[in-house]
Design a protein around this ligand. Sequence first.
Ligand SMILES: Nc1ncnc2c1ncn2[C@@H]1O[C@H](COP(=O)(O)OP(=O)(O)OP(=O)(O)O)[C@@H](O)[C@H]1O
Length: 333
Amino acid sequence: MIKLHNIRKSYRVGGLSVEAVRDVSLTVHKGEIFGIIGHSGAGKSTLLRCVNLLEKPTSGTVTVGDMELTGLSEGQLQRQRRRIGMIFQHFNLLSMSTVRDNIAFPLTLAKLSKAEINKRVDELLKLVQLEQHADKYPAQLSGGQKQRVGIARALANNPDVLLCDEATSALDPQTTNSILSLLLDINAKLGITILLITHEMNVIRSICDRVAVIDKGEIVEMGDVLHVFLKPEHPVTRDFVDQVADSGANGQLLRGRKGRLLRMTYIGDLTYEPILYNAVKPTGVEFAILQGTVSRMKETPYGQLIVELIGSDAEVERVIGALRAEGLEVEAV
Ligand SMILES: Nc1ncnc2c1ncn2[C@@H]1O[C@H](COP(=O)(O)OP(=O)(O)OP(=O)(O)O)[C@@H](O)[C@H]1O
């Protein structure tokens, strides 16, 4: 649905060239929720804005659906942009217009009749659960409600793609979760492809299917969310994993332990089974859990524990064999 090929974007600042995006290629499949995560200044916004050509790439091509946007005239591009909705961190609503009029705005631009506009706006208000707030002005809404207006407006023209620019960064954790649920719901109901940028691992973990990690304008790691975050390779990816894995004290904690240190990874329903207990029970091995996460990535439960096994080599090997036989990944730390 979205294909970025060798995208570069540089800016000239005071006679110097700043390379915000360096040779990025990626493909987002139809119906997928794809996240791009990176620290501040990594080039996320610039890359996202290249997708609908709010920023013109210095070189490279952007294709959405079967249309290469980088090859279009300004008039053709205007029409194609209707297939791409966008939401923003600070909502970008028209402060002097009501919720209804904000949502109607892109429909008015598309020159729909008044009756068509009213019907569509009613549908959208229902979709984002703002029927009770249609006649309010943005200043009378909470942050979460403002973002719901942003989402309804972005979906007004039935786009194929929704671009989300740090859509939850200005919201508290509870409101963030309600907006993420709404995005999941929209993705499931409408089959819309979602490309989002964020600096929050929680956003990626909650709703994305695949993720790309961006650092200094380059993609440094990309793949299924489960795979990338359970086996992070790049230091920046590890930083983001640590945001939710609480492994800050890791190094200190693991130093000087006498037993064998192992990282065990569970994926799927195994996560909730007493596998570790069953594996050690027939042996004399004792264990201590030194660090652990048990959570979900989108719909999939997973767990990753660092454990110390204390016992004879033969018994410890027997436990490791039993864990692997149950389908766990076990590796030395
Ligand atoms: N219009 C511009 N003119 C000059 N430099 C820019 C412009 N926009 C972005 N940059 C530079 O490009 C780099 C990437 O910026 P960008 O805003 O894309 O990063 P980001 O990952 O979205 O960061 P943040 O999360 O802080 O918004 C930065 O070094 C930034 O200073």
